[in-house]
Design a protein around this ligand. Sequence first.
Ligand code: UTP
Length: 287
Amino acid sequence: MKVRKAVLPVAGLGTRFLPATKASPKEMLPLVDKPVIQYVVEEAKLSGIEQIIMVTGRGKRAIEDHFDASYELEDLLKKKGNHKMLRELKTISNLVSFCFVRQSEALGLGHAILCAKEVVGNEPFAVMLGDVIVDSEVPALRQVLDVHHRFNAPVIAVEEVEPSEVSRYGIIKPEKVEDGVYRIHDLVEKPKQGEAPSNLAISGRYILPPETFSAIEQAAPGNLGEIQLTDALKTLVQNGPVYGCLVEGKLHDTGNKLGFLQATVELALKNPEFGEEFRDYLKGLRL
Ligand code: UTP
């Protein structure tokens, strides 16, 4: 069955990025020349997704406005004869069809996804974290979808992380099936170094069956009363094959300050308009 819908949970409070995120969503922080969330939406579009279901919360209106038409701005650009920017603005609002649902309280990633249950209905769907972007030749979600189509099973994107960093991630217990594809036998949330079953970390893109919703409903709230996704994924793993897809490309977690800065520098260096100039600037810095 074709995966038509992608759920983008963007209702988190962004506490790691305070005070920048006190009144504005972290997903709207500009990464070089567009908000982080636009990279994710463009990846969805390039991967063949037809509908995006954003799970938003208080203080996230800017995201809705960003993907809506903006008549006053368009009118102004038309009058000024700035047709290039006019085209760009129209492309943003016509990217895909959007639907917004609210998570009234930030009760965790699992809970955010559950808020999209009615809109997703009884079909497989994608989940894309709104603060993770992937710089890759083939869009990351398309890579994950390819594995889903070949194995006809749920798939989770994974990335290799340093063994010293495993305690920051959800880590899979893998069995290699082919290059870059693993059968997942278990998932461990933030294991201690030395106790991790691998260095393959869950990384922000998922293709999930509709049964995920009942698995989330049955998952008990964990730390701080949050309903996490990992417990529901564990249920899926117990009920049938689930695969990990090692994504080719560079992943950036823009939800923390250092990750955001690294993404900014790397993408700015690749920018066709000013990348070279920026490289020269960096070279000239006395470090
Ligand atoms: P994060 O843990 O990275 O986001 O969740 P956060 O909670 O905003 O960040 P910190 O830890 O407070 O700094 C991953 C994704 O899940 C969404 C977030 O918006 C982010 O895109 N999320 C998280 C929700 O939509 N609702 C939640 O209750 C929690």
